[in-house]
Design a protein around this ligand. Structure first.
Ligand code: ADP
Ligand code: MG
Length: 324
């Protein structure tokens, strides 16, 4: 007998809900009730992963459970918010317990790491699709926005760029790396670690911030467009792992790093006077953070290559509906 919707919720989601003192009423009623601390602002984000569009149907369900939450936590991180609650809308082709068990466990493990409670959702039958909404908390006026970058501000990026894109190319057979190197790259693609603590550490110092999900060029482009500014980046300063560095050196193709997508790093700007403060905050967190260029008053993104040549990555990045 296949499981009913109610058995699925009971067995896989209520058990993994996680506890928070501010959840007045969790899974099981017509709506959840939460008690946000007085005076704080709520940050809300939602993201959908569709089978065949955002992931291969063969993807490990535990990785999917992780990633469905991780991409949302990355959005909260980019606002500087502290994650609190999540809801999960799941459309499943069948009540497959061998899929549900690892999916729910992957979701729950990341939720636990970030103190997030699963407080509700929806379960329906249809082509596989996963929607997660998260809510986070932030003191009034302290959220990091895409707008706010000023000419001469420094541009920073956390971690490394292009690892997930290189993993995807390896899976598709359009790139090749040594076997021992594939594992860490696949981790970046399948289990991105959202920069939640880093985002909160940027409160009061970043002039603007965005998370890098569609490739650095596209996402930095959104940040710059919010103020009609441009930027100069230095290719030599882009933070790249050894395999990505070698791939770029071998092919001369910087787009792997600039337009790869699925990085889930933070890109942010600060006043140039805050350089030492940013460096000390990231040293304290133990997270790499690189200064890759500067905001310019004139629109357009220029990437200066090592030989002095200038690359214009305009229009790079993933677009669901095409166009420029
Ligand atoms: P309704 O018919 O009122 O929409 P549902 O039967 O969809 O109620 O859901 C029953 C309860 O289970 C609700 O509290 C809902 O939030 C929760 N729920 C349903 N699906 C999920 C899910 N995938 N994850 C977490 N909670 C869920
Ligand atoms: Mg419902």
């Amino acid at each position: 007998m296949p499981l009913s919707e109610f058995e699925i919720i009971e067995r896989y989601f209520r058990r993994h809900a996680g506890a928070r003192d501010d959840v007045v009423l969790g899974i099981g009623d017509d709506a959840a009730l939460v008690r946000p601390p007085p005076g704080l602002e709520l940050a809300l984000a939602i993201d959908t992963l569709v089978s065949g569009v955002h992931f291969l149907p063969s993807t490990d369900p535990a990785a999917l459970g992780h990633k469905a939450l991780a991409v949302n936590l990355s959005d909260l991180a980019a606002m500087g918010a502290e994650p609190a609650w999540a809801t999960l809308s799941l459309t499943l082709p069948a009540a497959d317990e061998e899929w549900l068990e690892p999916f729910a466990a992957g979701f729950a493990a990341l939720a636990r790491n970030h103190g997030v409670a699963l407080i509700g959702g929806d379960t329906t039958r249809g082509p596989l699709s996963i929607t997660v909404q998260v809510a986070g908390l932030i003191p009034p006026g302290q959220a990091l926005r895409r707008s706010g970058a000023q000419p001469d501000d420094l541009i920073w990026v956390t971690g490394t760029l292009g690892d997930a894109a290189l993993a995807l190319r390896c899976l598709e057979g359009t790139a090749k790396v040594a076997r021992a190197r594939l594992g860490p790259l696949l981790q970046r693609l399948e289990r991105p670690l959202p920069r939640v603590r880093e985002g909160q550490a940027l409160r009061g110092v970043a002039s603007a911030a965005i998370d890098v999900s569609d490739g650095l060029a596209a996402d930095l482009g959104h940040l710059l467009a919010a103020e009609r500014h441009g930027a100069t980046l230095h290719a030599a300063r882009l933070p790249l792992s050894a395999p990505v560095q070698e791939q770029v050196a071998a092919t001369g193709d910087w787009m792997l790093a600039l337009a790869g997508g699925d990085d889930y790093e933070l890109c942010f700007t600060t006043d140039a006077r805050h350089r030492a403060e940013v460096e000390s905050r990231f040293t304290a967190l133990g997270t790499p953070c690189a200064c890759i260029g500067q905001v310019r008053a004139h629109p357009g993104l220029r990437v200066v290559l090592e030989g002095g040549e200038v690359l214009d990555p305009a229009g790079a990045g993933y677009r669901h509906f095409g166009g420029r």
